[in-house]
Structures are given as structure tokens and as C-alpha cells.
Ligand binder design. Structure first.
Ligand SMILES: Cc1cc2nc3c(=O)[nH]c(=O)nc-3n(C[C@H](O)[C@H](O)[C@H](O)COP(=O)(O)O)c2cc1C
Length: 381
């Protein structure tokens, strides 16, 4: 059992790098237009991208490389390099699920190497909801945090992935109670995240009303874990054990929709907009819709493994510069100003939001702004 958790991680990394595992659905962020201001009255050099991460440390740019690896000695270097570069750039990083190391202390170093190589980085620990259903509690959560001296703990919800994984754990009963219990007693904040099929308004509301204050929407439009598990099953058995049909590409909540729903459900929460973020403009659009920071996973892995450290640095520098320029061209001095900058929402995104009973123009003009004003009372930067 322990061995299989460890080798699955390596298999996943190889599989995701070698195949097209991104959804053919888009994030719908392309339907967000930030209105160009040709008279910005700002100095580009002075644009401020600093934000606070999940009520704690300050980031120099509003980005996070979300959790991917650890658990096998062949992927330890990935956590190490991501941590070093994240610290250098002043962005946050997450490690992948620490289940393997909680079950087998021998691989703990593949996670702790992140903290050992980056003492000041903002590092997020990671455990999964299926393990909570199977008996993990505060003790295992604290162990994950302590292993990387984490600034927060991500708990991932991945029911779609588990449903198509050959060895999937599909019993999610009791997860809400466990998350609430851990979140109220853990030494660091809990971030509830999805893995690419998106948080929903109801899920966020349930947890926000019970005290959870940080969320990572990880919506549809990027890495697709239903697709990845079907591919893995096919590679192992010739045919997938459980064919997914159109669930492969269509299931889930698009990232842009998930950000709006999360912000409506949790007006004062810290929200990571992620799932299919591939450049700084996507990131800026996610923030303009109501996210605090933008997150991404697969592009960082691809850059690092295919192009080395310099490729990852170049990717991050380009993303950071693009967010800075969008902030400038929106006429704002601080990236958080994107929350109040004029935007238009069109096309499928508007349709999806209206279909969910959201008054889009009211969200843009009233809701986003009131969240901005309520949150700004506690901002220290
Ligand atoms: C190789 C790989 C491994 C991942 N492993 C984990 C994991 O262990 N725990 C987790 O919460 N999310 C995991 N994820 C999900 C990502 O954190 C992210 O939510 C998802 O990939 C969507 O973002 P993207 O489209 O930018 O890749 C993994 C993603 C990738 C690409």
C-alpha cells in the first residue's frame, strides 16, 4: 500500500509531462475584459504587486505554484528547485500530497527538502480529503505542517479524480466535519483546494460559514485529473478500467466561474484563482474577477523539467511583468486595485454566471467593490 502511493506519484509526474492532460474546455477567463486606460497617471516602475498570503507572510507578487510533488526520491529535486525559485521571486509554493510520507517516514525528505533549501519561502503543506474520510485527523495534519514548517495546509478535494483512479478512494463521507475540526485547531491556516474540477459556491459557503478562510478554486480549463487517470488506467491495462465518456472534458466548474462563486460565498476569504492559468494576463483576469492571487501547477513543472531552472525563472518573470503591465494599463498603482478596475464580462462566462442565478453586473459593480472595501481594512501593505 505504502509502496503504491509512492510509485503512483512518479507515474503521475511522468504521465502528465508526456501527454495532453489539459481539458479542451477553457477557463472562460478569456471572457473577462479589463478596460484599457490610456491615461494611467502611474509610473510603471512603481506598480506594487505585494499581497499578504492567507493572512500571513507577504508575497512580492500575487502568484503561487500549487502543490504537485514529493513522495518519491526521483521527484525531490523538483520540490527543491521550485522552493528556491519561489523564494527568490517572492511567490508562494505548495508541495504535493504528503500522504506517502505520513505513511512512510523514509520519503519525508522529498518534501522537507523544500524548506531546507528555502527558509523564508511561503510553503503550503498538502493532504487529501479521502485520507480524512479514512481516519486522518489533526495529528496527521500537524505532521504534514511540521514536515515542511508550512505557512498553511492545503486540503485537496478530488472526488472526480478518485472516481476514475484504478485504486481510487471514493468514500468522501465525514470530510466536512474533519476539515472544520482541523481548521479550527491547526497551528496554521487551512486552504481548501480542488485539483482542476473547481470549488463551487455551496462548498465554499459550507466551509466559510464553519470558519475556513482560505480557498484555492482549481477550476476547469487546465490540468484535468479525470483525463489523467483514464490515460493512466489505459496505459496499465490497454483499456481504461472505467471509461469516462464526456466527463473527461466537460465535467467541472470553469475557473472563472469558480472564482466568482467563491468570492460571493466568502466575501472576506483569501482566494487563489487557479486551474488553467497559463500566463500573466490569465492571472490578472483571475484577480480582477475577485481572486487574491493566481495559482498554477503544470506550466511550472513543464518549464522546470523540460527547460531547467532558467526556464522556470523566465516563465515567472514574464508572468509577473504581465501582471504589472495590466495593473498599469488599468490605471491602478496596486495590483489589488484590479478588484475595483472597470471590467466587462461577456460570452459563455456571462451565460454560465447568469445560469447560476448571479447578477453579473451587480457582482462587478457592487459585490467585488464591497469585498475590496471590507478586506482593505485589514491589509497591512
Ligand atoms: C504533476 C501534478 C501533480 C499534482 N499533485 C497534486 C497533489 O498531490 N495535491 C494537490 O492538492 N494537487 C495536486 N495537483 C493539482 C494542482 O495543484 C492544480 O490544482 C491543478 O493541476 C490545476 O492547475 P493547472 O491547470 O495549473 O495545472 C497536481 C498537479 C500536477 C500537474
Amino acid at each position: 500500500m505504502e509502496g503504491s502511493t509512492v510509485s503512483r506519484k512518479l507515474e503521475h509526474v511522468k504521465l502528465l509531462l508526456a501527454n495532453k492532460v489539459e481539458s479542451s474546455e477553457s477557463t472562460l477567463l478569456e471572457d473577462v475584459g479589463i478596460i484599457h486606460n490610456p491615461l494611467p497617471e502611474q509610473d510603471l516602475e512603481e506598480i506594487d504587486l505585494q499581497v499578504e498570503f492567507c493572512g500571513g507572510k507577504r508575497l512580492r507578487a500575487p502568484l503561487m505554484i500549487t502543490g504537485m510533488t514529493g513522495g518519491h526520491r526521483d521527484v525531490a529535486w523538483i520540490n527543491e528547485k521550485i522552493a528556491v525559485i519561489a523564494e527568490e521571486m517572492g511567490i508562494a509554493m505548495g508541495v504535493g500530497s504528503q500522504r506517502a510520507a505520513i505513511e512512510n517516514e523514509g520519503v519525508a525528505e522529498t518534501f522537507s527538502i523544500a524548506r531546507k533549501s528555502a527558509s523564508k519561502a511561503v510553503i503550503v503543506a498538502n493532504i487529501g480529503a479521502p485520507q480524512l474520510a479514512k481516519g486522518y485527523g489533526l495529528k496527521e495534519a500537524e505532521r504534514a505542517v511540521e514536515m515542511v514548517e508550512a505557512d498553511a495546509l492545503a486540503i485537496h478535494l478530488n472526488p472526480g479524480q478518485e472516481a476514475f483512479q484504478d485504486e481510487g478512494d471514493t468514500d468522501f463521507r465525514g470530510v466536512i466535519k474533519k476539515i472544520v475540526e482541523i481548521s479550527s485547531r491547526l497551528s496554521v491556516p487551512v486552504i481548501v483546494k480542488e485539483v482542476g474540477t473547481g470549488l463551487s459556491r455551496r462548498a465554499v459557503a459550507t466551509l466559510y460559514n464553519a470558519g475556513v478562510r482560505c480557498f484555492d478554486v482549481a477550476g476547469l480549463g487546465g490540468t484535468n485529473w479525470i483525463k489523467a487517470e483514464v490515460l493512466r488506467s489505459k496505459a496499465r491495462h490497454g483499456e481504461p478500467r472505467r471509461p469516462a465518456g464526456s466527463l473527461e472534458d466537460l465535467w467541472g466548474t470553469h475557473t472563472a466561474v469558480a472564482i466568482v462563486e467563491a468570492r460571493i460565498a466568502a466575501p472576506e476569504a483569501f482566494i487563489i484563482g487557479s486551474g488553467g492559468i497559463r500566463n500573466g494576463v490569465d492571472g490578472a483576469r483571475a484577480i480582477a474577477l475577485g481572486a487574491d492571487v493566481a495559482g498554477f501547477a503544470l506550466p511550472a513543472l513543464r518549464a522546470l523539467v523540460n527547460g531547467g531552472e532558467e526556464a522556470l525563472r523566465r516563465l515567472l518573470e514574464a508572468m509577473i511583468y504581465q501582471i504589472k503591465v495590466v495593473t498599469f494599463l488599468a490605471g491602478e498603482r496596486h495590483v489589488r486595485g484590479l478588484w475595483k478596475a472597470p471590467i466587462v464580462v461577456e460570452g459563455r462566462l456571462r451565460g454560465q454566471l447568469e445560469g447560476r442565478g448571479i447578477d453579473v453586473d451587480r457582482y462587478i459593480r457592487v459585490h467585488r467593490l464591497s469585498s475590496y472595501l471590507r478586506r482593505s481594512r485589514s491589509w497591512r501593505t
